[in-house]
Design a protein around this ligand. Structure first.
Ligand code: PYC
Length: 333
């Protein structure tokens, strides 16, 4: 294969990176984004690795590729590419992608201020606030999110047995609430949370199975959500979300926020109409809302809203040339 060039636009959502492939993405087969995601993983995963891993990316790198919608009612379809693979849904990725797409004219919504976005996990309804050329904020109404399991246990190196709830917010999350063996994320270094989360995720996946009732391609626990004390007393909660192999989300994580709201709603701590201000490891914030109630299979679910902002900072023409560069497809250390 010879050199391939990708026209990318880089941004960050509340501190976490988003790289949108505006040109050079592959043509994919499938009648929806779930099927197209499978096609990409089978044949084009080298693009993800080249654009996300070092030396062109880094541990936290995350991005998306835009496609025409399958339903003419919708405005855009999105494939998420991350260091961890292709997530069914990514909240910070959506906020960054929509900001980039509107500011750079990559999509022209049928109704200004509203974007109907097809993600592999389902339809996501987005509203955004624009002032001049700038998008000031983006709110996504996410896929139905639900509490999948309560009180599962796994052994964590150094900490001992941890009890966790598992919730789905577009990906499956093990939520580590403050407990006897875990006093809160603020007591540890990010490297410790990362190392422990990697082991916990593996141990949980060896013991438990999580599959989305409506789409079996969405399966397996992919993220660990550490929790802890808020920095700003007006916030509702704080997290540090582990993803990929070495990443902690710098934003409060959109699907992690959705999962946490689903957990709180199922446990009677949030109801329709409530706001949930979520802080990240660096103190950046998303505004969560419980928009409505829903059902996913037998599970009671909520429709979460997640609002945040993104800043576009770079135009990036990236070449992947395996004939010339031994690290064309990236590496991980
Ligand atoms: O914002 O949903 C999110 C997300 C998933 C992984 C990293 N960020």
């Amino acid at each position: 294969m010879s050199s391939k060039t990708f026209f990318c636009i880089d941004a960050h959502t509340c501190g976490n990176p988003v790289r949108v492939v505006a040109g050079g993405g592959p043509i994919l087969e499938g009648k929806n984004m779930s099927e197209k995601r499978q096609h990409f993983l089978r044949e084009y995963d080298w693009i993800r690795k080249g654009l996300m891993f070092e030396p062109r990316g880094h541990d936290m790198m995350s991005g998306s590729i835009l496609y025409p919608p399958h339903d003419p009612e919708n405005d855009v379809a999105v494939l998420f590419i991350e260091t961890s693979g292709c997530l069914p849904m990514c909240g910070h990725g959506t906020i960054g992608t929509i900001t980039i797409a509107i500011e750079h004219g990559l999509i022209r919504p049928k109704t200004p201020g509203i974007v109907r976005m097809e993600a592999p996990a389902g339809l996501v309804l987005i509203s955004y606030v624009q002032e001049g050329n700038k998008v000031k904020s983006v709110k996504l109404v996410n896929v139905p999110s639900y509490l999948a399991a309560e009180g599962i246990e796994a052994e964590c190196p150094d900490l001992g047995t941890l009890k966790m709830d598992v919730a789905y917010g577009g990906n499956f999350y093990a939520i580590v609430d403050v407990q006897e063996n875990f006093p809160g994320l603020e007591h540890y270094k990010a490297e410790q949370l990362i190392g422990w989360a990697r082991v916990l995720r593996q141990r949980i996946n060896e013991k438990y199975t999580f599959v989305h009732p409506n789409d079996p391609t969405i399966n397996g626990l992919s993220h660990i959500e550490w929790t802890g004390a808020v920095i700003d007393p007006t916030s509702s909660a704080r997290n540090a979300v582990f993803y990929g192999d070495k990443a902690i989300d710098r934003s409060p994580c959109g699907t992690g926020t959705s999962a946490r709201m689903a957990q709180w709603a199922a446990q009677g701590k949030l109801k329709k109409g409530d706001r949930f201000i979520h802080e990240s490891i660096i103190g950046s914030k998303f505004i969560g809302t419980v928009e409505d109630y829903a059902k996913v299979g037998d599970h009671d679910a909520i429709i979460p809203g997640v609002e945040g902002w993104a800043k576009v900072y770079g135009l990036n023409t990236i070449t992947i040339d395996p004939d010339d560069d031994p690290y064309a497809y990236g590496f991980q250390v």
